[in-house]
Write a protein that binds this ligand. Structure first.
Ligand code: ZN
Length: 218
């Protein structure tokens, strides 16, 4: 096995020191104008007929501002940076990471949608540390988002950075804008997929990856 750049992460490990990840998250969060959010939240509270100065609410605008800075911090991150360190490895079978949980924010209602992403790829000499896939999901999710674009973006990033023979991304999510308002359908799950390369071209490869994702379940 050889490492590209200073990649030191074990292939099947998610444990290497992530302090530069934390620093990056802090930097990204600091890019969000929290004062402006707090002012806007105060306006919303006034608009719905609340008293933003009563005890229970007086710290809410600042609290919501910090929360939005965290939830939208991905806007100020470059998800590609997680894909620059890869291993050169003669492994030519499918790599799949299932059940990567994420939270994102629907850009139509600013309500959360949350679920799981399954990411599989067929390497072409470049193999990624497994935790990096989760990092990419996290980075792409933490911005105003729609599930379809999120799915496509993750697949495009992987094919572009890994030159993989194929990439398959399946995302399943519950959208609170469908469960708590509007048509109120609790339990409904939205599934999106993006198939690239061999998983797009070959029915049997697509069937194989879908079996790996869903095999033994349902
Ligand atoms: Zn929505």
């Amino acid at each position: 096995m050889s490492f590209s750049e200073e990649g030191q992460e074990p292939l099947a490990g998610c444990t290497s020191g992530e302090s530069d990840e934390e620093r990056e998250a802090v930097r990204a969060t600091a890019q969000v104008d929290q004062r402006r959010i707090a002012n806007a939240v105060r306006e919303i509270l006034l608009a719905v007929g609340e008293d933003p100065d009563r005890e229970g609410l007086c710290e809410t605008p600042d609290r919501v501002a910090r929360m939005y800075a965290e939830l939208f911090g991905g806007l100020h991150e470059e998800p590609r940076r997680h894909l620059r360190k890869f291993f050169t490895e003669k492994y030519d079978e499918i790599v799949l990471v299932r059940d990567i949980s994420f939270n994102s924010m629907c850009e139509h209602h600013l309500l959360p949608f949350m679920g799981k992403a399954h990411i599989g790829y067929l390497p072409n000499g470049r193999v990624l540390g497994l935790s990096k896939l989760a990092r990419v999901v996290e980075s792409v999710a933490r911005r105003p988002q729609v599930q379809e674009r999120m799915t496509e973006t993750i697949a495009d990033l992987l094919i572009e950075q890994l030159h993989a023979k194929g990439v398959a991304v399946v995302v399943e999510a519950v959208h609170t804008c469908m469960t708590i308002r509007g048509i109120r359908k609790p339990g409904s799950v939205c599934v999106t997929s993006a198939m690239k390369g061999i998983f797009r071209k070959s029915l049997s490869s697509r069937a194989e990856i879908m079996t790996l994702i869903y095999g033994g379940r349902h």
